[in-house]
Design a protein around this ligand. Structure first.
Ligand code: HEM
Length: 152
């Protein structure tokens, strides 16, 4: 188990919990709590991103250390998770911009997608973490693109 991936995965989970709570609050009409909880959710998502990118730049990314026959499935799943996370980040920024500019109809429409995608990103992130560090010993540390595509 490695410390930085453990911290960043924990941040994703905390962020998703805030987003779920923030959604529940706006369903009850509590705009102020919704705003606060979503900003905490966005803050933890940003914290995740900072830890993840620092590790990528200064240390590298861990390759899959599990059995050879699972390698392809792992990489397909990893890419699915990365696509979800990237989409959630872009949608998240647009959602926040609509909210701050008081375009609430647009905010609400895209906000639902942002929340759903982020709530899928978190469990798939935990699954990647479990596959990479818990079920199997982590492989070598390699540059980002090799760790994602499995070209090592
Ligand atoms: C990335 C962060 C955020 C996400 C994912 C998000 C998500 C959502 C969602 C899903 C809804 C619609 C709920 C529903 O009817 O199903 C909503 C509504 C709303 N949000 Fe957010 N929100 C975020 C941040 C904010 C912030 C920072 C503010 C305040 C500046 C805000 C203010 C509102 C308001 C006022 C509504 C009600 C709109 C209406 O009913 O017309 N949200 N948000």
């Amino acid at each position: 188990m490695q410390i930085l991936p453990t911290i960043s995965t924990t941040f994703i989970v905390i962020s998703a919990i805030f987003v779920a709570l923030g959604w529940a609050q706006i369903m009850k009409g509590n705009r102020e709590s919704h705003q606060k909880l979503m900003l905490w959710g966005a803050g933890f998502a940003l914290a995740f991103f900072i830890v993840y990118m620092s590790r990528t730049v200064f240390v590298g990314n861990t390759t899959f250390g599990g059995p050879e026959e699972l390698k392809l499935a792992y990489h397909v799943f990893l890419i699915f998770h990365i696509v979800l996370a990237t989409t959630a980040a872009v949608f998240g920024i647009i959602t926040l911009l609509h909210a701050f500019n008081k375009r609430f109809a647009k905010h609400k429409r895209i906000g639902r997608w942002t929340a759903v995608i982020w709530l899928l990103t978190a469990p798939t992130g935990v699954a990647v973490y479990v596959l990479l560090y818990v079920l199997y010993p982590g492989g070598e540390t390699r540059p980002l693109i090799e760790a994602i595509l499995g070209t090592y």
